[in-house]
Design a protein around this ligand. Structure first.
Ligand SMILES: *Cc1c(COP(=O)(O)O)cnc(C)c1O
Length: 410
């Protein structure tokens, strides 16, 4: 009989979101009239910017004319999109990134997992705790870990706790690690990294021959001008970092699908025989073999993000969510809760009150306010005692949810 990839059996069976759904459904069944508000979602709620829609409509028309019809595009993405990204997202911020170092894809989630294809199986891997679960689960699937323990930690991974005690800033490891996942602004904590903090990581990576996977999915939510948007704003990062970006959160592309990964040309890894190998070549080979590019229509939609109208419309979208985040921060503070994040990120990270566990607080908020959030413990052991509230929602829902919380907690 065919055998399976046993590593999948080590995965904690999709615990967090199914468990949330189970508890919410049970509550609704018992309280059919309750108007439940979901502030647990990591998905955008507002419609696509008009500039992107117009560009995609035009692209559909292109596909209907044999003179402008497009078949397979370049596996790396169309040059016109890669050049706009290089100029606007990187060169305009002083980052020396060339269009040829940018690979267009259908999502950062896939890229974060797929990148492991070009790395060896013997690397020591570090993740922050709490963490975006994709980084951990893709390493489990690839056989890079042992079993999970009672605290929810996989044997073999290096966990770097981030809590209020260390200001949500992971300490640079004292041991040697080969691959490091960093996400700033952070999901789930909403924390950001200063240039000094990223410089410390880059210095560590260069000294140890490590590679940093930098997830910048939320860079557009940065409002503080002193904070870096890209790791390539940091001296030496081109020698040690791969950056992931996505149109999902800045332009509402979660259902449209377009993202990008930057692999600098001079980034190297070691082969078994000790020789240096250019990672760009391996990623290019990987993408050309296993991927056939993002739809022409979607890439035209993404390109429109860089037009004058597109820039204004995506800015307005982000401002809308950030106003939600501000309301959430203010009202929860007024309710006596300790809140973090939500200033340069669409997530507010709340300390659960009076020794309640993350799930206790989830139940309390659901029962007494009919508001759903995400228990911090679902993102890792060090997330216990915290709770994530998302700013991705309508203004009405945010206002109503905050009114109910103030009512019960103040
Ligand atoms: C939403 C999100 C992404 C984007 O994923 P896509 O597959 O591009 O939609 C990447 N990283 C994190 C941490 C996210 O929360």
């Amino acid at each position: 009989m065919a055998t399976v990839n046993d590593n999948y059996l080590k995965l904690k069976a999709g615990y967090l979101f199914p468990e949330i759904a189970r508890r919410v459904n049970a509550f609704i069944e018992a309280n059919p009239d309750a108007k439940v508000i979901r502030l647990g979602i990591g998905d955008v709620t507002e419609p696509l910017p008009e500039a992107c829609r117009d560009a995609m409509i035009k692209a559909v028309e292109d596909m209907g004319d044999r003179n402008s019809f497009k078949g397979y595009g370049p596996e790396q993405g169309y040059a016109w999109l890669r050049e706009k990204i290089a100029a606007n997202d990187f060169q305009a911020r002083g980052c020396d990134i060339d269009a040829s170092e940018i690979f267009i894809s259908d999502g950062s989630k896939c890229d974060c997992g797929n990148i492991l294809d070009i790395f060896g199986d013997d690397n020591i891997i570090a993740v922050t705790d709490p963490v975006y679960p994709v980084y951990v689960d893709t390493n489990v699937m690839a056989g890079h870990t042992g079993d999970i323990n009672e605290k929810g930690e996989y044997e073999g991974l290096v966990y770097l706790p981030v809590t209020a005690e260390n200001n949500f800033t992971a300490e640079i490891p004292t041991q040697k690690v080969d691959l490091i996942y960093l996400c700033f602004p952070n999901n789930p904590t909403g924390a950001t990294a200063t240039k000094e903090h990223l410089q410390a990581w880059v210095d560590y990576a260069r000294a140890n021959g490590s590679i940093i996977f930098f997830d910048a999915a939320y860079e557009a939510f940065i409002t503080d001008p002193s904070l870096p948007h890209s790791i390539y704003e940091i001296e030496g990062a081109k020698e040690c970092a791969i950056e992931f970006r996505s149109f999902s959160k800045n332009a509402g592309f979660t259902g449209t699908r377009c993202a990008l990964t930057v692999v600098p040309k001079n980034l190297i890894g070691k082969a078994k025989d000790g020789s240096n190998v250019e990672l760009w070549k391996l990623w290019n080979r990987r993408q050309s073999t296993k991927f056939n590019g993002v739809s022409y229509i979607v890439q035209r939609g993404a390109e429109a993000v860089y037009s004058e109208e597109g820039k204004a419309q995506t800015r307005a979208l982000i401002d809308f969510y950030m106003e939600n985040a501000k309301i959430i921060r203010e009202k929860l503070t007024e309710a006596g809760l300790a809140v973090y994040g939500g200033e340069n990120a669409p997530y507010v990270w709340v300390k659960t009150p009076a020794g309640l566990t993350s799930w206790d607080f989830f139940d309390k908020l659901l029962q007494s306010c009919n508001v759903v959030g995400t228990p911090g413990s679902g993102f890792g052991a060090a997330g216990e005692g915290y709770f994530r509230i998302s700013a991705f929602n309508s203004r009405d829902n945010v206002n109503e949810a905050m009114r109910r919380i103030l009512d019960k907690f103040k």
